[in-house]
Design a protein around this ligand. Sequence first.
Ligand code: FES
Length: 91
Amino acid sequence: MPRVIIEPHPPFDVEAGTSLLDASEDAGFALESDCGGVAACNACRVDVLEGMENLSPEGDEEAPFLDADDQRLGCQACVLGDVRVRPAAGL
Ligand code: FES
């Protein structure tokens, strides 16, 4: 199973295909979410520190929310392999 690190929390394993938002909720330290995970609030945005290639491809609905190439929406990015992220600065 893929290993996820959401800084500053300890690593945990998730089923492949789980969104970062769902994975964080399952692990007990949920990313912020004000829209229920439908790419409408931007609260779940993360900086991807390692493993961008191990996330599902970026969807068109994410682009308006992302300020940098290393960012994703946690509700839209599904974990396919090991990844390390942190909540985006300024949120
Ligand atoms: S939870 Fe609202 S954009 Fe991801």
